[in-house]
Design a binder for this molecule. Structure first.
Ligand code: MG
Length: 257
């Protein structure tokens, strides 16, 4: 009897220890701060997968001819000329070279590469476009591509735009969808059926009570983009569930301590 009680206590302790270090890492624009990689490149996605993070984040735009493409900024530079991504056809955008020499990827190519990943989830950020119609077109096209490849269990969606998160929730009722803009409380997000928030760490420093509020509503808490050791420790102490970072290996190291 005593022996059983001892084992039970030991198992509870073990689970306690696991749940204390429950934070998961999301590589911001992939794992790009490493040799041969570049932000939002296919290499950065594969490198994120190779270091076993929970997720790899990526930014998506719709080209002028309706092709979802991968890029962070709203514009790119080609032969010294500045081009707005949403006003440029995909065939021109493809000529843009990332800093590691890769061509700017289309979402089709990116998802094909992601199909080969073994560990990481893909966190898809829809960038805010000029019109709601373009945003609807982008969300619908990307979600269809995800379904065609049977990847719906392995992707999550994020956006700063309220229209985007609501549209994604409508098109993909079972997906995890998070709002990025920092201005809405967990209670409001819950009325919209969202999975939680994904806010800048300064928002959390101002409103640490939102972590508890979110958890009480069954939501998850994500925080971006946490790179400095002192911020990483603060966010761990605040009990965020996911930490988005340009320094995935540093966070791994801190979590293992
Ligand atoms: Mg992003």
């Amino acid at each position: 009897m005593k022996r059983n009680a001892f084992f039970l206590a030991w198992i509870l302790l073990l689970f306690g220890a696991i749940s204390v270090n429950a934070q998961q890492i999301i590589a911001h624009r992939g794992y790009w701060k490493t040799d041969g990689s570049a932000q939002n490149s296919i290499t950065a996605l594969m490198k994120a997968d190779s270091i076993g993070v929970y997720g790899s984040e990526v930014d998506i735009w719709l080209s002028s001819d309706g092709i979802p493409v991968v890029n962070h900024d709203g514009d790119v530079t080609l032969n010294g000329e500045k081009l707005t991504v949403q006003d440029t056809p995909a065939s021109t955008l493809r000529k843009v070279k990332l800093s590691n020499g890769e061509p700017l990827p289309t979402m089709e190519e990116y998802l094909d590469a992601f199909s080969q990943c073994k560990h990481t989830k893909l966190i898809i950020e829809f960038k805010t476009h000029r019109t709601k119609e373009r945003e609807d077109e982008l969300a619908e096209k990307v979600i269809n591509m995800v379904h065609e490849r049977g990847l719906q269990e392995r992707v999550e969606y994020i956006a700063f735009g309220l229209h985007f998160v609501q549209q994604t929730r409508k098109l993909e009722p079972d997906a995890l969808v998070y709002y990025l803009n920092g201005d809405l409380s967990p209670r409001v997000l819950s009325t919209m059926g969202l999975s939680g928030f994904d806010y800048h760490f300064n928002v959390l420093y101002q409103k640490p009570e939102w972590v508890k509020e979110a958890h009480a509503l069954g939501q998850k808490v994500n925080v971006w983009t946490v790179n400095k050791p002192e911020d990483i420790q603060k966010i761990i102490d605040l009990k965020a569930d996911y930490i988005t970072t340009d320094e995935p290996l540093l966070i791994k190291e801190i979590l293992q301590k």
